[in-house]
Design a binder for this molecule. Structure first.
Ligand code: SAM
Length: 193
């Protein structure tokens, strides 16, 4: 099963965010919501053979990670607002280090980037970055873990964790800087092929 990890450096951990303002005061939660859509949504179907970790590092109480598990997901619709409501439910849980189910297929934890990677030990990390090797030159595996920034690039500290990972590859989807959700769509298409 392929996994995606998207880091939202400023995405708020405040359960009280407004569903009417997903782009502003949430620290660009909308970017992560579109990543959910790109990861799971097919035309009239949902991809079941994937999972997605969204890492929330914004105020007031970071970190929080939401884990979306494709083969368990229920109540996921294509619109951002209803996915935002599922996120709000997850942030309302009294999160601890262990995963707590919020709604079917969505789990929440106080884990951060390093903790999430640690639980994926033994798998290859594919770090999506503009200056990596061309995706057309790399054989992707269905067991890879794809890591990318949300609105912003990974920090040097986060990159260092990847650099120290035993099995990793930096891969470019092209020379232009793309939106995170578009990166997921292109990567999924490469995996499908
Ligand atoms: C919106 S971009 C981040 C900001 C962007 N680097 C900039 O300065 O405009 C989100 C993330 O998508 C990934 N990404 C963007 N373009 C890419 C590309 N051409 N190839 C591979 N990954 C890319 C990177 O992980 C990046 O951190």
């Amino acid at each position: 099963m392929s996994s995606f990890i998207v880091v939202g450096h400023k995405v708020c951990t405040d359960r009280g965010f407004s569903l009417n303002d997903l782009t502003g005061s949430t620290g660009r939660l909308d970017v992560l919501l579109r990543c959910v859509n790109s990861t799971f949504m097919l035309s009239n179907d949902i991809r079941r053979d994937l999972d997605l970790y969204l890492i929330f590092l914004g105020e007031p109480d970071p970190p929080r990670t939401l884990h979306f598990v494709g083969n368990e997901l229920k109540y996921l619709n294509p619109d951002e607002r209803s996915t935002a409501a599922l996120v709000k439910n997850a942030l309302m849980k009294n999160a601890v280090h262990d995963w707590t189910m919020s709604t079917p297929g969505i789990y929440v934890s106080r884990r951060g980037f390093a903790d999430v990677l640690a639980e994926l030990a033994g798998r290859r990390i594919i770090y999506l970055k503009e200056d990596g090797a061309s995706i057309s030159d790399v054989n992707l595996s269905q067991n890879d873990v794809f890591v990318l920034g949300g609105k912003n690039d990974l920090t040097p500290d986060e990159e260092k964790i990847i650099q120290e990972w035993p099995d990793k590859q930096k891969i470019s989807l092209g020379p232009r800087s793309l939106h995170a959700d578009h990166c997921i769509t292109i990567t999924m298409n490469a995996l499908d092929r």
